[in-house]
Design a protein around this ligand. Structure first.
Ligand SMILES: [Ca+2]
Ligand SMILES: [Ca+2]
Ligand SMILES: [Ca+2]
Ligand SMILES: [Ca+2]
Length: 259
């Protein structure tokens, strides 16, 4: 772990439990305040042991002993947001069974057990939270690298996902990474996937239903293994950057021209 310092160098610290427990195969990390004490905590998705660890932060760069939550299947990507509007960070974790585990923070901190799970189709690759439908509730989008699609899972504003998601929208092959922003500035968040086999990105605009609109292919280099959204030219419109892991390797910037 690297601690930020005023001179922008970093001091290296390692969480011993993570460095010695190799058999747990940590697959993904997310941060949030999961016990609402004002100190940042870590969530660790452990692929081999099929659980998520929560390490509550002490506020000095060290962490308390983990609390483990079973996920029933090897977890992969995670995302943090406030699913029920109570101001407390919640967590979703997708797993290899094609479901997502939902962690809604209790008033007393941390999460109830067992963790409820909801279907999200196929072998999920990436997950993001956003306002994809025209209500105030936070929703989930999951990309599947086995089914080559993105699924929209509408939240009910109480931390539940009662509507079985539609079969999803086809993307380019294989949507290993995903990012979200309101790319067309219509008030609904949209998603973009990085497709490592088709060498493109898929832009899926929210159309106000419980399904994204059909994907548009964007040229974003060769084998884009990661994609992020951000306003890189300061015009107020979210742009896209992708990291390309095949020759020619590099980062491609797609500036948003939808004024
Ligand atoms: Ca905390
Ligand atoms: Ca919450
Ligand atoms: Ca939009
Ligand atoms: Ca821009």
């Amino acid at each position: 772990m690297f601690l930020g310092a005023a001179n922008r160098t970093f001091a290296v610290a390692t969480i011993p439990a993570l460095s010695i427990a190799m058999q747990i195969q940590p697959q993904f990390l997310a941060s949030g305040d999961f016990d609402h004490d004002g100190k940042q905590d870590l969530a660790v998705a452990n692929y081999n042991t099929k659980n998520v660890w929560i390490l509550t932060g002490k506020g000095d760069g060290t962490f308390n002993t983990q609390v483990a939550y079973d996920t029933g299947a090897p977890p992969g990507g995670m995302a943090v947001g406030d699913l029920n509007g109570d101001g407390l960070d919640d967590l979703v974790a997708i797993n290899s069974l094609g479901t997502m585990n939902v962690f809604v923070q209790k008033a007393t901190g941390l999460f109830p057990t067992p963790t409820p799970s909801y279907p999200c189709h196929g072998g999920p690759a990436a997950v993001v939270l956003g306002h994809f439908t025209p209500d105030a509730n936070l929703d989930v989008a999951v990309s599947s690298d086995s089914n080559i699609l993105v699924t929209l899972i509408a939240g009910d504003g109480a931390g539940k996902f009662p509507v079985t998601p539609s079969s999803g929208r086809t993307t380019g092959n294989v949507p290993d990474s995903m990012a979200t922003a309101d790319f067309n500035r219509d008030g609904l968040d949209d998603v973009v996937t990085g497709n490592t086999v088709d060498d493109d990105c898929s832009l899926l605009l929210s159309d106000g239903s419980n399904l994204f609109g059909a994907a548009t292919s964007l040229p974003c280099g060769v084998s884009p293994g990661a994609v992020v959204a951000g306003d890189f030219n300061g015009d107020g419109l979210p742009d896209i950057a992708s990291a390309n892991r095949s020759t020619p390797a590099g980062v491609v910037i797609l500036l948003n021209t939808s004024h």
